[in-house]
Design a protein around this ligand. Sequence first.
Ligand SMILES: C[S@@+](CC[C@H](N)C(=O)[O-])C[C@H]1O[C@@H](n2cnc3c(N)ncnc32)[C@H](O)[C@@H]1O
Length: 274
Amino acid sequence: MNYRHAFHAGNFADVVKHLALVSILTSLRKKPAAFAVVDTHAGRGLYDLKSDEAVRGGEAASGIERLRDQGGGSETLRLYLDLVRGVGEGRYPGSPLIAAKLLREQDRMVAIEKHPEDFRALAVTLAPFRRARAVEADGYARLNALLPPQERRGLILIDPSFEAPDEFADAARAVGGALKRFATGIVVVWFPIKSASAADAFCGEILAFGPVKALRLDIAVDAPPGRLGAAGLLVINPPFGFAQDMAATLAEAVPRLGREKPARTEIRTLAGEN
Ligand SMILES: C[S@@+](CC[C@H](N)C(=O)[O-])C[C@H]1O[C@@H](n2cnc3c(N)ncnc32)[C@H](O)[C@@H]1O
């Protein structure tokens, strides 16, 4: 496991993924019934953007640093920026910390991380949150045992590092297994777009599991040569109003991202009406 998210924290892909996370959790919070969050590839939870890794990666400069001091008409964008500013100057919150901050008394989260050092950092980050649990394990293997959650509502975030050549197959299998056990769950899976056909095939494989509703969000930036320039999120069973909220939020946020040219985004309905 060579991948360390510290090199990429706060980049364009993190921004879009975390905006989607905030939008979904805001929707879940609208009903009093408890929800559960499972983050299968959680990372450290909090990143120091002044660390050697982050400075060497330099990716936040065309990501969160383009937005940090801005306002926003979209409620999702405002809440996301408040959460980012809340962790302090020069730092960036990962998905488990963002989710932990949005849990209510009745909700809970399990955040899984396999890398021992990142797990230790995650455990420290989540220690103040009684409703959030950090687990050192393989996220794919542990997911099955956690589903369906007793709450019968919630979100599964699958955000692998795509280091292994068969990671697309592993991620697709994980989504299939999750839908089998928890057909009504919201599942978000992140994927890199290095080849359009590989990304389309991955989404096609997941659609073959027959989800009732599915939405795909893509984002592309003018990355330097050799760096990832595009990524996608597949959202299964998005909450009511999610597509509209993301359309408005991304229309505001995405053109500010990128190095010299504004980033681009596209939202596609792949199944059902969103
Ligand atoms: C893209 S990063 C996660 C970023 C995080 N979700 C966020 O948005 O802040 C992927 C993480 O998965 C971890 N990882 C890799 N393989 C894993 C596995 N099989 N199970 C759990 N974690 C894994 C890596 O160590 C890395 O920290």
